[in-house]
Ligand binder design. Structure first.
Ligand code: HEM
Length: 395
């Protein structure tokens, strides 16, 4: 095991690394599983077992001091930024509205929305998977779930898209991204005020009425807290799923035998979705801060340091996944890490899996022979959300 050094240039904001991070990840895992990045001031854990262990150890690794490198989320009342025990009090409120029954009940809506988005392209000979489909579908679903009116949906999407853009060298948050975050906060705050005045049968109204409780006392969320809880859900609920579908389309173009199998037998799609999640996760790292010294492979991470859990590297750790670079829809995936693990395990995982299954069922039944229009592929340039902004296909 080598000692930490600056030799491996792991700059998560570097476009070249975003384009193909896997060679860098391999070096991190094999040469410096405890990497100290002096330029950005963080430590990185990249092996599967280490990312899993740190995700589970919420005493040593906390979220309240930030979960990204750029820190745009700091100071906002987000669930993801809370540590136990407060985290549990707040998570219960959101979990109550994300019941398996409510999620499963969305399937007919999703399927109808997918058909409505895809059918107009049947005769067109091609379309942009991201812009025309994979952004629109989860946006409609999360808006339906939360009760965001149709008139506001595109605006929510455009604001969410703007707020993730980061400078490619330093990761700096542009004035435009800050402005977009403020506008999205204001838009959602407006909806909360509206629903408080005339409640409906939607998640926003349910969460306005819900009590947060620590067991001894209970209280209600403020309008400000509610607006940001919805921003978190609206953002997490569509940015990630849209990237997953895009990555999956690329995977199926590169692995035609897998695609043929899914076209012939759509019951294999859920397994393929698990492999898409592993092969190129929409969220490549989760940020934490250390509260105390911990030692890994002989290297000590001091207290009060920023630590990055590199999910994208962990899901390619050959110690856990043989031939990790190969996209294999029959791989058995135990304890996946793409949705995080432990107390912050993604609240939308069941919804995301369902959306991806429906998306591929509907896409492959209409366009089984699609081809990528590689010249038009564009990657998004953000911090830890990874995926494509444009993915034209032809058929
Ligand atoms: C493929 C799609 C998705 C991926 C890859 C993903 C990934 C993740 C990951 C890695 C975490 C843990 C972050 C951490 O440990 O710091 C997380 C948390 C979370 N996700 Fe997702 N997510 C997806 C879809 C969704 C959807 C559809 C929703 C909501 C509708 C959602 C809502 C959340 C929320 C609220 C949290 C915070 C949970 C907590 O802190 O207790 N996600 N997600």
């Amino acid at each position: 095991m080598t000692s930490p050094s600056a030799e491996i240039d792991y700059n998560p904001f570097d476009f070249a690394i975003q384009h193909n991070p896997f060679p860098t990840y391999e070096r991190l895992r094999e040469e410096q599983p405890v990497h100290h990045n002096e330029r950005f001031g963080f430590w990185a854990l990249s092996r599967y077992d280490d990312v899993m262990a740190a995700s589970l150890d919420t005493d040593s690794f906390i979220s309240s001091k930030g979960v990204t490198l750029e820190g745009a989320e700091l100071g906002l009342p987000l669930l993801i930024l809370k540590d136990p025990p407060e985290h549990e009090w707040h998570r219960r409120v959101v979990s109550r509205v994300f019941t398996p029954r409510r999620v499963a009940g969305l399937e007919p809506f999703m399927r109808a929305a997918a058909a409505e988005l895809l059918d107009p392209h049947r005769e067109a000979g091609g379309f942009d998977v991201i812009e025309d489909f994979s952004i629109q579908l989860p946006l409609r679903v999360i808006s339906e779930l939360l009760g965001i009116p149709e008139t506001h949906r595109q605006e929510v999407h455009h604001l969410a898209d703007r707020l993730v853009i980061r400078d490619g060298d330093t990761g700096a948050i542009s004035a435009d991204a800050q402005q977009a975050a403020a506008e999205l906060g204001a838009l959602l705050h407006g909806l909360v005020v509206e629903r408080r005045a005339s409640p409906g049968d939607d998640v926003i109204s349910m969460m306005i009425a819900a009590d947060v409780t620590d067991g001894a006392r209970s209280w209600k969320l403020t309008d400000h807290e509610l607006a940001y809880r919805f921003m978190e859900l609206a953002f997490a609920g569509h940015e990630t799923v849209s990237r997953l579908v895009g990555t999956g389309v690329v995977a199926l173009a590169w692995y035609p035998a897998a695609r043929r199998e899914l076209v012939a037998d759509p019951s294999s799609i859920p397994g393929a979705v698990e492999e898409m999640l592993r092969w190129d996760p929409p969220s490549h790292f989760q940020g934490r801060w250390s509260t105390r010294e911990t030692t890994w492979h002989g290297v000590t991470i001091p207290a009060d340091q920023r630590v990055v859990l590199v999910t994208g590297a962990a899901t390619h750790d050959p110690r856990h996944f043989p031939d990790p670079e190969v996209f294999d829809i029959h791989r058995s995936i135990e304890r996946p890490l793409t949705f995080g693990f432990g107390v912050h395990l993604c609240l939308g995982a069941a919804l995301a899996r369902l959306e991806a299954r429906v998306a591929f069922e509907e896409l492959l039944s209409r366009f089984p022979d699609f081809e990528l229009d590689e010249a038009g592929i564009v990657r998004i340039r953000t911090g830890n959300v990874r995926g494509l902004a444009h993915l034209p296909i032809t058929y």
